[in-house]
Write a protein that binds this ligand. Structure first.
Ligand code: TMP
Length: 208
């Protein structure tokens, strides 16, 4: 089978994990016998260790460039250790976030610039880009209040509402700029309706 790489993006609390599980079952039914589910930052022992540093809420002094480079180094390890080999072996890969998170959070919301964010990451991704990116579109307020109910907030989630609003809008802008790859879905719909929409987009990629 042909390898397929799907990334799930969206503001914190947009319901990506639930949809990833449903998408996994769908791809299994389609005949992919190995589906790699991963997340960013994370997905390897080293990348998970970097995640601990990035999200530690005590590190309030972390500079934006340090943050961007840490996300990129976690990503470099994940791409070379997991994503690239899996795609080369014809497997399906679903990643909870990928490079677009850096474009939006660091590039847009932090203000480093989208071009700078992609440039920093060009070393990390080694030319690997998703075949399809699902953007779960959700108002920032809704996402953050969902997160507050689930667990203690991390360093990024503790950012201001304005920051999270820039993230939510940033994703919409990025999707408008990349209409072929990034598909926006209203994440306030029911779990089933969202899944059905995702399936339509995945089928279009599989039938290409
Ligand atoms: P998660 O909560 O979805 O696991 O993601 C961790 C946080 O890191 C989330 O607030 C989004 C943020 N993030 C970035 O700022 N840049 C990135 O490149 C990635 C992958 C995540």
């Amino acid at each position: 089978m042909q390898g397929i790489f799907i990334s799930m993006e969206g503001p914190d609390g947009s319901g990506k994990s639930t949809q990833i599980e449903l998408l996994k079952s769908y791809l299994e039914a389609k005949g992919y016998d190995e589906i790699i589910i991963t997340r960013e930052p994370g997905g390897t022992v080293i990348s998970e260790a970097i995640r601990e540093i990035i999200l530690n809420k005590d590190y309030v002094e972390m500079g934006y460039m340090t943050e961007a480079l840490l996300y990129a180094s976690a990503r470099a390890q994940l791409v070379s250790q997991v994503i690239k080999p899996a795609l080369e072996a014809g497997k399906a890969v679903i990643s909870d976030r990928f490079v677009d998170s850096s474009a939006v959070y660091q590039g847009m919301a932090r203000g480093l610039g989208v071009e700078t964010a992609y440039q920093i990451n060009s070393y990390a991704i080694q030319g690997v880009m998703p075949d399809l990116t699902i953007h779960m579109d959700l108002p920032a307020k809704v996402g953050i209040s969902r997160k507050k109910k689930q667990a203690e907030l991390d360093r990024m989630e503790l950012e201001t509402l304005e920051f999270h609003e820039r993230v939510a809008q940033g994703y919409r802008d990025l999707a408008t700029l990349n209409p072929d790859r990034i598909k926006s879905i209203d994440a306030t719909m029911t779990i089933e309706d969202i899944h059905n929409k995702i399936v339509k987009y995945v089928e279009a990629v599989l039938n290409r």
